[in-house]
Design a binder for this molecule. Sequence first.
Ligand SMILES: Cc1ncc(COP(=O)(O)O)c(C=O)c1O
Length: 404
Amino acid sequence: MLDTLKIKADFPIFKNHSDLIYLDNAATSQKPQSVIDRITKFYSSENANVHRGVYPLSEQASEAYDLARKKVADFINAKSAKEIIFTKGTTDSLNLAAASYGLDNLKPDDEVLMSDFEHHSNFLPWKNVCEKTGATLKILNSDDDGSINQKEWQSKLNKKTKIVAIAHASNVLGTINDIKEISAIVHEVGAVLVVDGAQAIPHLQINVQDLDCDFYAFSGHKMLAPMGIGVLYVKEEILSKMFPYQLGGGMIESVSLDEVVYAEYPEKFEAGTPNVAGAIALVSAIDYLSKIGLSEIRSHEIELSEYLLDGLAKIKKVKLLGSAAPSQRTGLVSFSVEGIHAHDLSDYLAKQGLALRAGFHCAQPLHQSRNCGATLRASYYLYNSEKDLEVLLNNLEKAISYYG
Ligand SMILES: Cc1ncc(COP(=O)(O)O)c(C=O)c1O
């Protein structure tokens, strides 16, 4: 297992809140000092706008921003840095994909396919685009463990399907989907595959060429980087045919009253001043994760999942969502307790220093399809230890006897 005490020492939040047991990493991760320092350094000694000035400070900021794009491309093994669009986060990325690709390419007889476990950020943009274009939105129902069976794919995926939008990992079930396998069947019918990678990228080494997805969206803030920076990867052959849905400064070659020549992609899709500090600090987050090792982080989380799933199975009235197999999950477990509202439980746990999320986790259709109320979600990361989960399990038992 990872040396979590040593890792925790790199995260100032734990010095400032010595009793905090942070188990809400699926919502956002904490930030290491190196990421915080990088933001401070940018604003203290490097701040200038990019791709606009010809003075040294602006040129250096532009260089650092362009290098960040290259580093992100390398991190997810994109063919080219041109395929990386910086956004505000996953929500922004998916809205861009829906507006710039979906609106222009869907027609009334077309179909868009997505799962019942999508986050609202993946569900709503496609629902909206379907309503505007007259395309039909179809839902793939998942099994109890969060997987989508062959029969479901066969009955819903067909030649009319033009877009399949699916989470790499569900933020409620934790289930990791086999994107490589999915991309093969999606491409067989000529559709494009949009992957919501928000919950996968903090935990798995992503290789977009190997996955063969057409779009891959993620947020920096769930993988140790600051809030407000995200990425939309788009395969170049698709990107070259897309039109930007936001227009303004920074995305043109020339403008006259009669004619506009747009910049090359990806800048064409980044209208306005970008989050330069965020992009540069995202590289520091990638460096930190790479130093610890994503495969080490993954093994650590699987051990934590084993421990937590085992502990929860021993507590009466606990009902688990998703797979019982730790290796099929990212670092999260959602569950409910019969007869006790998740908000009451999270309130009780909060008083013991435990930070967990309770509610529908921006995935209300999933909770409706499973016919369950609000759930409690424990999500862990590289700085969490078995001890953190032991404290959770002990206090959960106390909370159940308090309310039960
Ligand atoms: C699966 C999934 N998709 C999308 C999002 C939205 O991410 P953001 O709020 O960073 O845009 C989240 C956030 O929790 C998520 O878990």
